[in-house]
Design a protein around this ligand. Structure first.
Ligand SMILES: NC(=O)c1ccc[n+]([C@@H]2O[C@H](COP(=O)([O-])OP(=O)(O)OC[C@H]3O[C@@H](n4cnc5c(N)ncnc54)[C@H](O)[C@@H]3O)[C@@H](O)[C@H]2O)c1
Length: 255
């Protein structure tokens, strides 16, 4: 076991699978008590079991992070078990891939609820406890899509633009209370979300072939590539860094 998050309680929304799952495992291996909040109880249970089998400390709470009562209940549950959170990784999110003129108001509202309202609800629920400890680190999952648009992803790109600024706004308002807030902005990553995105874009004629991905970001990213960046922003090693956007895209947005 390493100790970059020793004695810290870390809440990870969407911590069951993909980059969230990789982060749950990495944060626990670095000494954190990991609290997964995810709607997928089966996957969350498997991730918790893997962490415990490796000698780490973790538990999960089932919640839809767009639901106010469910978020508040889950955070209260975490605090009752582990005490106030020192780290919050707002990672849960999803995507709608469709020609813009075929998208519906219901899809717009739903995606904003899952990707943006969730960050508002989670952060608002966690902050009072975090402030009571005198410090804290929040990491929000944004995306290359916050600054580089893809056809068929107007709804998604818009939510990630909001997340991008959410992280900054929280950083500015809470700096005087020793709370940092940053965003990780992944490129295309090999997760259930990322692989479905590539498949759906290809079906709609958007070129995200292996060759296109190789030209844009060298290769597809691995969940651990992002988990390591999130770990840095969650740990005290980044103590003078707040309100920043850390792109984990192997140069996609630099080209
Ligand atoms: N994979 C990529 O290429 C990529 C790139 C940039 C950003 N992202 C971001 O990563 C996140 C998706 O995660 P992933 O790629 O690790 O994939 P993933 O689909 O494996 O993980 C998403 C996790 O979030 C959970 N989740 C989704 N909606 C939820 C809800 N309403 N309530 C509670 N839990 C919920 C899922 O159960 C799952 O465990 C999103 O925020 C997405 O915008 C992904």
């Amino acid at each position: 076991m390493a100790d970059r998050l020793k004695n810290k309680t870390a809440i990870i929304s969407g911590g069951a699978t993909g980059m969230g799952g990789a982060s749950s495992k990495l944060f626990a291996a670095e000494g954190a008590r990991v609290a997964i909040i995810d709607r997928n109880a089966e996957a969350a249970e498997a991730t918790v079991a893997a962490i415990r089998a490796a000698g780490g400390e973790a538990a999960f709470w089932t919640a839809d992070v767009s639901d106010e009562d469910a978020v508040n209940a889950a955070v209260r549950g975490v605090e009752a078990t582990y005490g106030p959170a020192n780290v919050l990784f707002n990672h849960a999110g999803t995507i709608v891939i469709k020609p813009f003129l075929e998208t519906t108001l219901a899809e717009w509202e739903w995606l904003h609820a899952v990707n943006v309202r969730s960050m508002f609800l989670m952060t608002r629920a966690v902050l009072p406890g975090m402030i009571s400890t005198g410090e804290g680190a929040i990491v929000c999952t944004s995306s290359i899509s916050a600054v580089a648009a893809t056809p068929m992803e107007v709804l998604y790109d818009t939510t990630k633009g909001a997340v991008h600024q959410f992280a900054r706004a929280i950083a500015v308002e809470f700096r005087d209370r020793n709370i940092r807030c940053n965003a990780v902005c992944p490129g295309f990553i090999r997760t259930p979300h990322g692989l479905r995105e590539i498949e759906d874009l290809q079906a709609l004629g958007v070129d995200v072939s292996d060759a296109a991905l190789a030209a844009q970001q060298g290769r597809i990213g691995e969940p651990e590539d992002v988990a390591r960046a999130a770990l840095y922003l969650a740990s005290d090693e980044s103590r003078f860094i707040t309100g920043t956007h850390l792109f984990v895209d192997n140069g996609f947005t630099a080209v």
